[in-house]
Design a binder for this molecule. Structure first.
Ligand SMILES: C[S@@+](CC[C@H](N)C(=O)[O-])C[C@H]1O[C@@H](n2cnc3c(N)ncnc32)[C@H](O)[C@@H]1O
Length: 272
């Protein structure tokens, strides 16, 4: 009943689909809920001019480009991703946006980072840890490449906290529980972040919770719930009739201005 997670290595997809995922990250990042989370993550990391910073699982480079602007010409920003397709897109977008100084992009698996010990003053990792098969190994490797006392800021959502106002409670629970347990990686990573960081030897500095609320189509919630229903149908978790009824109610609520959904996201800042 589980699907393969496309985010664990987009290069396993056909080239065009991998490019689409990169474009999707950039477009999604412009939506208000994602922008709020990314802004909060950058504020939590608090980049300083002249620092050397890592963006691990940089994807389209959407945060890498913002970091580069913040550290300025005396600093250095490196975006690392497992996917060549993501990095190709990130390089193109960095050139198109004329980001100066430009960040550097390197292809690597998060469990084998090609940098000397203590190379970075700090690092961030947004919506990536949930997609890696060995999160503890990644947290340990990150500790090696950050200077002693250096910081890591992590952002993860928790799909187990999704709330949707819908009249069909049992069906809603069935769709969301299946989505949480079987689609796109470890969807409980949000609630596990603090424990996992402590177990990997990091010191926890701050823990912040964001409640991301969707009431219209501008945020990602509506599209992502429709996708859940489509996947649940495809995988035989719900029937066509259940799918159509569930989605029709969401559509009606949206049209009437009555749609409401939310998800909790967590930002944890830890030091080495
Ligand atoms: C959901 S995207 C997040 C992109 C970006 N950080 C953001 O916040 O929009 C997850 C990214 O992690 C990358 N990734 C997944 N597993 C990885 C691994 N083992 N090592 C490095 N990158 C990985 C994927 O290729 C993808 O670009």
């Amino acid at each position: 009943m589980s699907r393969e997670n496309p985010w664990s290595n987009p290069d396993r997809l056909p080239a065009e689909e991998a490019q689409d995922l990169a474009r999707f990250i950039d477009q999604r990042a412009a939506r208000p809920d994602q922008r709020q989370a990314h802004d909060a993550l950058l504020a939590a990391l608090a980049p300083q001019a002249g620092e050397r910073l890592l963006d691990l699982g940089c994807g389209s480079g959407v945060l890498t480009r913002r970091l580069a602007a913040q550290v300025g010409p005396s600093g250095e920003v490196v975006g690392v991703d497992i996917s060549r397709a993501m990095l190709d897109y990130a390089r193109q977008q960095t050139a198109a946006d004329q980001v100066s100084p430009a960040p550097r992009y390197e292809q690597a698996d998060a469990t084998s980072l090609p940098f000397p010990d203590g190379y970075f003053h700090g690092a961030l990792m947004a919506r990536t840890l949930m997609h890696v098969p060995e999160p503890q190994a990644v947290l340990a490797k990150l500790r090696r490449v950050v200077i002693p006392g250096g910081r890591l800021a992590i952002l993860e959502a928790d799909w187990g906290t999704v709330a949707v106002d819908h009249s069909q409670r049992e069906l809603t629970r069935r769709i969301l529980a299946w989505r949480t347990d079987h689609v796109d990686g470890n969807n409980w990573m949000g609630r596990q972040l603090v424990r996992r960081c402590l177990e990997a030897g990091w010191q926890v500095r701050t823990v912040q919770g964001l409640v991301s609320i969707g009431r219209n189509e501008e945020t990602t919630h509506f599209g992502s719930l429709r996708r859940c229903a489509a996947l649940a149908l495809e995988q035989g978790v719900i029937t066509q009739a259940e799918h159509d009824a569930w989605v029709a109610e969401l559509d009606e609520r949206l049209a009437a201005g009555l749609f409401f959904a939310s998800i909790n996201e967590y930002i944890v800042v830890v030091t080495a």
